[in-house]
Design a protein around this ligand. Structure first.
Ligand SMILES: Cc1cc2nc3c(=O)[nH]c(=O)nc-3n(C[C@H](O)[C@H](O)[C@H](O)COP(=O)(O)OP(=O)(O)OC[C@H]3O[C@@H](n4cnc5c(N)ncnc54)[C@H](O)[C@@H]3O)c2cc1C
Length: 457
């Protein structure tokens, strides 16, 4: 490494520094990469300098928001990590119902800031996840049936592009960039701050309902049919899980692999209770835990089950509908969850997500009802290969019954074709925007879009 970047106010960490080993690590412990530099940027000026420094030397840039990317895009071999974790400033405008959050904020940071005003925007279901990767990839959670994807709630963003300049992306400024960062991931630059629209959300009526394993097929049909008519305030995801061995789960269920429906409703408890009645009456369930809780509490409910430092391997796809053929494969593979932390989740992508057209943002899959993820997760690296096989076989069996592509934030490094399919019909439009803002593909540690001009351009 030649000279260090000059004029940086944040900490610059290099191989040999005492905290290099911990600083190069990301959430997925299976990722073992050695960047030349990790820069903990503290402001936009730092980010601009880092981008220029890397570009002038032909070094790859890995953008790190919350560090949760399963393929480990928050770090790289031999390049520069732009680590935004010190940039967490948030300003809420309760009157306008908007919030501006810096690019290193997590959902815990943003939810905390907005909850004080009884407001929130749709985010992911684990609060330690970064708003950066989740929003630029699309982003869905409990509020998405009501209010759309996280990227649908973006009003504007500040983006440092490959030339080292700061650009405002909004419906009236750099519109093509604004379109591309809403589903095109970190391909177009470093988003240093996101401005979100907020909605009234205070307490949620939420919790898991668990059923016996021999009812799996019926539970999957129940889940599918329930959401067809459920009002938008009601969200629910299906899960295979191994019941954690602690409260609030009763001891006789500890360690059992079960199907469940995690529901979350943004309505008064009495109204919510009547909405979830069909879920409580089926079976009957082995356990039903829904109750009222503050929204940030719900958002952090699963944080303890998936702490930083486990080994992850994921497979996923978008799903048009839960067909009988797909249900048969779930019944076969779901009960074989290999470890206590492993899961299979099916999330809804209907309601307000489908109010936005497939070409209105870069997130193309607006006509699918669901997205699934099969996650083999282990505390020990040695056993991961066997667990990976379970995820691959499960996915291969479901793939013929799924849509063509995967949610880009659930992809590992699966090759150009899989990445291209995750952008669906918007892939062609994204390539020339990439060529305009990042012609040398400086931002390539991601589900990469090659910079190419349109044939007619
Ligand atoms: C436990 C867990 C739960 C999850 N739950 C959900 C969920 O409920 N809903 C959902 O939609 N997804 C979910 N995800 C997937 C999640 O969206 C992705 O892992 C996402 O990449 C995480 O964002 P991050 O900022 O933490 O990632 P990082 O690893 O920091 O970043 C990954 C990549 O995202 C891009 N990126 C990050 N920040 C910025 C930025 N500021 N500007 C530009 N590009 C940026 C870059 O390309 C970067 O390399 C979950 C992931 C985990 C691990």
């Amino acid at each position: 490494m030649s000279e260090l970047p000059q004029g940086i106010r944040g900490r610059v960490i290099r191989p040999g520094d005492a905290d290099y080993e911990s600083a190069r690590r990301v959430y997925n412990a299976n990722i073992d990469r050695r960047p030349d530099l990790i820069v903990r940027c503290v402001d936009v000026a730092d980010v601009m300098r880092c981008v220029s420094y890397a570009r002038e030397r032909g070094l790859a840039i890995a953008i790190r928001g919350g560090g949760h990317s399963a393929p480990g895009f928050g770090t790289c071999d031999g390049g520069v990590v732009i680590d935004l974790s010190s940039m967490k400033g948030i300003r809420v405008d309760p009157g306008a119902r908007t919030a501006r959050a810096e690019g290193g904020s997590t959902w815990a940071d943003l939810d905390h800031a907005t909850h004080a005003f009884g407001l929130a925007t749709p985010g992911g279901i684990v609060s330690t996840t970064g708003i950066g990767g989740l929003t630029t990839g699309g982003g869905f959670g409990y509020l998405s049936r009501s209010y759309g994807l996280s990227c649908d709630n973006l009003i504007s963003a500040d983006v440092v592009t490959a030339d080292g300049e700061l650009r405002i992306a909004s419906p009236t400024q750099n519109e093509d960039l604004f379109w591309a960062i809403r589903g095109g991931g970190g391909n177009f630059g470093v988003v240093t701050s996101f401005e979100f629209r907020l909605h009234p959300v205070r307490d949620m009526y939420a919790g898991p309902i668990l059923y016996s394993l021999d009812q799996t097929a019926g539970v999957l049909r129940l889940y599918r049919d329930f959401l067809r008519t459920a009002p938008r305030e009601m969200s629910a995801f299906f899960a295979f899980l191994i019941v954690p061995s602690h409260a609030p789960f009763p001891e006789h269920l500890w360690g059992k692999t079960l199907p469940g429906i995690m529901c979350a409703c943004n309505a008064d408890p009495a109204v919510a209770e009547s909405m979830i009645r069909p879920l409580r009456e089926f079976g009957p369930p082995l356990l039903a835990l829904p109750h009222s809780m503050p929204y940030p509490f719900l958002q952090s409910l699963f944080d303890g089950l998936v702490p930083h430092g486990l080994h992850h391997y994921w497979k996923g796809d978008f799903v048009r509908d839960l067909t009988e053929e797909a249900i048969a494969e779930h019944v076969k593979f779901g009960p074989r969850l290999p470890t206590a932390q492993s899961i299979m989740h099916i999330y809804p992508l209907d309601g307000a997500v489908q109010d936005v057209g497939p070409t209105e943002t870069a997130f193309a899959y607006r006509d699918v009802r669901f997205v699934h993820v099969i996650s083999a997760i282990s505390a020990d690296s040695g056993s991961l290969p066997a667990y990976r096989e379970w995820a691959q076989e499960y996915w291969a069996a479901l793939h013929p019954h799924s849509a063509a592509g995967s949610y880009m934030n659930f992809l590992m490094e699966e090759g150009e074709e899989r990445a291209a399919k995750s952008y669906g019909g918007n892939r062609e439009r994204l390539a020339p925007i990439k060529a305009k803002y990042d012609p040398e593909n400086l931002f390539r540690v991601n589900q990469n879009i090659q910079p190419t001009q349109r044939a007619s351009a």
